[in-house]
Design a protein around this ligand. Sequence first.
Ligand code: UDP
Ligand code: MG
Length: 160
Amino acid sequence: RVSAGRIVASSVEQSYIMIKPDGVQRGLVGEIISRFEKKGFLLKGLKLFQCPKDLAQEHYKDLKDKPFFPGLIEYITSGPVVCMAWEGVGVVASARKLIGATNPLQAEPGTIRGDLAVQTGRNVVHGSDSPDNGKREIALWFKEGELCEWESVLTPWLIE
Ligand code: UDP
Ligand code: MG
């Protein structure tokens, strides 16, 4: 690293961010990626992917007893998603703020869901809810070798 001398490696987190099929269909891929880029996080993995049913079920396994689960699985597998791994200090909580509340009508203006969606069942984007789930979800959605290890020349302009 050129700088970022005070950043402790153990405080760097990764979040799994996914543009859901409605976001892809609605042409929001660039808009959504742009918000994480502009914020200053580092993109470590990116792919367009048609999610199989068993992977969607594994990803959302904590919700399997909810009445909306079958509809959620149908939604997530209804077309390609954009899978991303974003890295940075505090990226997990920050990404959740950038994304906004689960129900887009309750999400604040300025957030992705607050600006770009109207319904919980079509809320355009997913973000991990904890650093442990960030690790779990990135391991679930990306294969060995699909993540890129790289340094951004902007880092010294983002982190003192
Ligand atoms: N969801 C739904 N109906 C609900 C709650 C959730 O369709 O009443 C869907 C929605 O797509 C949401 C996802 O299930 O994003 C996961 O739910 P969670 O509570 O984890 O919300 P998130 O973490 O995505 O904000
Ligand atoms: Mg969640």
